[in-house]
Ligand binder design. Structure first.
Ligand SMILES: [Zn+2]
Length: 465
């Protein structure tokens, strides 16, 4: 699951007045199916490693799709290592159009019974919440996507373009199946990735505060730095010592700042999200949106760990090793630099900049990144923006909706690498204080299901008709 919300916890200013407008038509059958399917999926322990039940989740979803009218021949479940991925196609009226892809993942992060209040793999509804690993990230989202498509079928809807629903099986670990799926679906018109909850409920009022969707994400990179030295006896120190050399270069990298930058998605975020922040941060967000070279705004945002990653590429040293004996001059020193790259920059460009900052030709740099690819931001397509705005206005009247950029990685990077416009949009609303994705006692309010399905029905229809 990508990370999007950060310092927007103090949403007390967000007292939205809800107008009474025509609510979307009810769909009780889909609501019930989504909850039921989510519970069945949560009960399957789809964690990477021995006993991984992701293939069983795929079988469960396949069965639900077939029961809802998908032709068995239009659904493939493909095993890969200890996991599996699923691709299902709903044929549209015009086979010449590129398909709309709805994307999710079936695997979850490990959860230990001893650490949880309840068994993470025994779904339970209590106090209005669905509890269980995957309640937020993202088996409930998967179930909502499936139930929404089956509701559209029940209503007799036929899309103009094909709708493909696909679920990867290792998004939380190696992200291998997401890459395979993106390869197979590289001709897609666009991807809607329903990973995680993107709506925020106000802590005090309990009402929806705002909703963000994502058109870009930071990309992950690791660079290994190595310096070697002939070494020698520690009683006879030499002018050049491999560990000293590495330490000095690391301090120069620490001092290095990548040029702050902005794109339409982060600008939208800074302008719209500022009102939920403390005054100093809010002023810096607005100033940065107006002028991304504003030194005062840059200083304020750079000092905030929740903000520094939103204004550019960041790189930090995460591991070091060196030396081979207590009484020997080190023959080798190594460091790992972990970077989160702002969209639009290839990794070799960032590595070259790091090398320049390190300013020591004796130190070699190697790109050791695994399971990641750097991508550009997807465009703010008017049809996508309009579809989201319209659906949200009907289901959540008066609630602000704006674009943002994810700080973490998602399966969307694979489709973006194929230049398929990809958007992170999960219509579930939860409180930030209830957000325990990857953490303990993961939960999502059951009341969030019905409006989420209304949003899905509207968005999927608008983008496929
Ligand atoms: Zn996720």
């Amino acid at each position: 699951m990508p990370i999007r919300r950060t310092a927007l916890m103090a949403a007390t200013a967000a007292m939205i007045t809800f107008g009474v407008k025509a609510a979307p038509a009810p769909h009780p059958e889909a609501d019930a199916q989504a909850l039921d399917l989510a519970k069945q999926a949560i009960a399957l322990r789809s964690v990477a490693g021995p006993g991984n039940q992701t293939p069983q989740v795929a079988a469960l979803f396949r069965e639900a799709l077939v029961a809802g009218g998908f032709a068995p021949g239009d659904i493939t479940v493909t095993p890969v290592d200890d996991t599996a991925y699923l691709i299902a196609r709903w044929h549209g009226r015009d086979p010449s159009l590129k398909p709309l892809v709805i994307s999710g993942h079936m695997d979850v992060v490990e959860a230990r019974r001893a650490d949880w209040q309840r068994d993470p793999f025994t779904p339970v509804v209590e106090n209005g919440y669905l509890f269980g690993r995957g309640a937020t990230d993202m088996k409930l989202d998967d179930a909502i996507a499936i139930a929404s498509l089956l509701e559209l079928r029940r209503e007799g809807y036929t899309p103009r373009r094909d709708i493909i629903i696909e679920f990867s099986g290792d998004e939380e670990t190696t992200m291998k199946t997401g890459a395979i799926i993106a390869d197979k679906l590289s001709n897609a018109e666009l991807v809607l990735n329903v990973d995680g909850a993107n709506g925020v409920i106000d802590e005090k009022s309990g009402k929806p505060a705002y909703f963000t969707w994502a058109g870009a994400e930071k990309s992950y990179a690791d660079f290994q730095m190595v310096v070697t030295n002939p070494g020698g006896h520690s009683s006879e120190p030499r002018a050049v010592n491999a560990i000293d050399e590495m330490a000095a270069a690391l301090l120069r990298i620490q001092q290095h700042r990548f040029t702050p930058e902005i794109n339409p998605l982060t600008r939208s975020y800074f302008v719209n999200a500022a009102k939920w922040e403390q005054p100093a941060t809010a002023a810096a967000m607005r100033a940065f949106a107006a002028n991304p070279a504003d030194p005062h705004a840059i200083a304020t945002l750079s000092a905030d760990p929740a903000m520094i990653g939103k204004i550019g590429t960041t790189c930090v040293v995460t591991m070091i090793s060196g030396g081979h004996a207590l009484n020997a001059l080190p023959q080798r020193a190594e460091a790992n630099i972990n970077c989160r790259i702002f969209p639009g920059h290839p990794r070799d460009q960032i590595m070259a900049e790091l090398k320049k900052a390190a300013a020591d030709p004796a130190i070699t740099f190697t790109d050791t990144t695994a399971g990641s690819v750097s991508t550009d931001a997807s465009p703010m397509r008017p049809d996508v923006v309009a579809a989201i705005d319209k659906a949200m206005a009907a289901a959540f009247p008066g609630v602000p909706v704006f674009a943002a950029q994810d700080s973490g990685a998602s399966d969307s990077m694979w489709s973006r690498a194929h230049h398929v416009p990809s958007y992170g949009i999960s219509p579930l609303f939860i409180k930030s204080s209830d957000s325990f994705m990857h953490g303990l006692n993961e939960r999502t309010p059951v009341a969030a299901i019905s409006p989420a399905i209304s949003v899905m029905l509207s968005v999927v229809t608008d983008l496929s008709r």
